[in-house]
Design a protein around this ligand. Structure first.
Ligand code: CU
Length: 475
């Protein structure tokens, strides 16, 4: 049994051994362990499961297969398989950084020569995101940039909502509420993490999905503590969605040669690992004062110190946007984010259409930002993602669509989900949406011109209207 640990809590020796074993997986290029695992998610094999209730189950097996190969590499180097895949605890504060040893090991993975060596051959023009990764390589975003992305902040907030009700949530709700912030983290990490086809080739993918699995484990443990065992939560999946429950988690097979199905995945000990700790719901911290990007009197500016600058008439819109984004949420002494809308009721806003003109996974990733505007109120749409934050009037957060420019055309009806807090009755509000293409610093569009034509739309691009938004009470 191995223990999966927070990557920030690894000892110096554990850090360097993980980094060395991870790098060793790149040996063998296009047929080596890393390429075999990365290629299973999207390009070139597209085996991943998204938008279905067995999303956590398929990824649990997938991440464990990667861990097994990591253990093999560790064995070749150190003569022991005693290493668990570390997780990136993006759900809690101060967790978007990596230890310097690991960061150094990851630094050159995206360089053009490195990515071309591990991919082995150039993707066809049909695979536009994979080809772009091969031709250009990529730069890993630093932790601060990822942490400031609105999708990251919404993912943390929505995951906290999930964690606050792990004992009572149904299997289906938990699965879909986990997938949505999971996609937000993908989008916040930018290309190639933001495309289904290329995400597996990004080193953060493995640490991210380890944490997604850990959050799922917190849900299973929460239901177990209420129900006395994991039987009832599994029975809920089996009886309400038998087709998906019984579906093989291809291409993975058990040691006995039979296909894994969801029933094999309800404990981690069956896969020979445990987590050091499981996440619990916690208050959302304000942006760290050191990440405001400003200095006052030679030191990092706190939000309280910045307030005077933010309101200064001579500072341009760029400064003011950053101020609103990083500091609009601070209360000076407690450093705790204030919810703009009273937390008296919560709903799930679902964006997407189940029939007719709809999205599919060939759609590139994007973000939908939701505003709950009291009916009859004049509303001026913000023009830039920098203007978005909990202090933006009527802003309730966002949901990320994690798709791909090209690739699997078999799956459909992927939905963006967002939990909104509001007071009164939802019928007193109008939901407004703005769209952006998901990269840091984007222009906000009132109409998503980047949506791709789909067959269901008779070859036209879908145009979302009010019928694309659904509300479900989750109280
Ligand atoms: Cu993912």
């Amino acid at each position: 049994m191995v223990t999966r640990k927070n990557i920030m809590s690894l000892t110096t020796t554990e850090q360097s051994r993980f980094a060395a074993a991870f790098q060793r997986m790149f040996q063998g290029g296009g047929t080596g362990p890393f390429a075999r695992m990365a290629g299973l998610h999207g390009y070139p094999t597209y085996s991943c499961v998204h938008g279905a209730e067995n999303f956590p189950h398929w990824h649990r097996v997938y991440v464990n297969e990667f861990e097994t190969l990591l253990q093999q590499a560790h064995f070749e180097l150190y003569g022991t398989r005693d290493i668990g895949l570390p997780y990136w605890a993006w759900d809690s504060s101060q967790s978007t950084a990596l230890p310097s040893t690991v960061a150094a090991a990851f630094a050159n993975i995206g360089s053009r020569s490195s990515i071309q060596a591990v991919m082995g051959s150039r993707p066809s023009s049909r695979e536009s995101s994979a080809r772009s990764m091969y031709d250009n390589g990529y730069t890993l975003l630093d932790a601060g940039s990822i942490g400031r992305h609105s999708s990251f902040q919404s993912a943390v907030s929505n995951t906290n909502d999930l964690l606050s009700r792990v004992n009572t949530m149904s299997h289906q709700t938990a699965s879909s509420l986990l997938e949505s912030p999971h996609g937000g983290i993908h989008v916040a990490c930018a290309a190639p993490m933001s495309s289904i086809g290329t995400a597996g080739w990004h080193p953060y993918f493995w640490l991210h999905h380890c944490n997604v699995d850990r959050i799922w484990e917190a849900f299973l443990a929460g239901r177990q503590s209420r129900d006395g065992s994991r039987g009832p939560v599994e029975a809920q999946f089996r009886t309400s969605n038998p087709t998906v429950y019984n579906r093989g988690l291809a291409p993975f097979v058990k040691p006995n040669g039979l296909a894994y199905t969801s029933t094999d995945t309800f404990t981690t000990t069956a896969f020979n690992y445990v987590y050091d700790t499981l996440p619990v719901a916690q208050p959302i911290p304000c942006a760290d004062s050191t990440t405001t990007g400003f200095t006052v009197s030679g030191g990092p500016a706190t939000c309280a110190q910045l307030a005077g600058y933010c309101n200064h008439a001579t500072h341009g819109p760029g400064v003011q946007r950053v101020c609103r984004r990083t500091c609009g949420v601070c209360t000076s002494s407690t450093n705790v984010r204030e919810k703009q809308i009273t937390r008296s009721a919560e709903i799930l806003i679902t964006f997407g259409k189940r029939s007719g003109c709809k999205l599919d996974l060939t759609q590139p990733s994007f973000v939908v930002h939701f505003f709950l505007v009291p009916t009859g109120t004049a509303w001026i749409a913000p023009g830039h993602t920098d203007e978005l934050g909990p202090a933006t009037p009527y802003y309730s957060g966002d949901g990320a669509f994690f798709g791909d420019a090209k690739g699997d055309t078999m799956h459909h009806a992927i939905f963006v989900r967002h939990i909104a807090h509001f007071s009164g009755s939802i019928s007193d509000y109008e939901v407004m949406a703005l769209y952006d293409e998901g990269e840091w610093g984007g222009t906000l569009l009132t109409s998503p011109t980047f949506l791709q034509p789909t067959a269901e739309c008779d070859g036209a691009a879908p145009v979302p209207d009010a019928s694309w938004f659904n509300f479900t009470s989750i109280n």
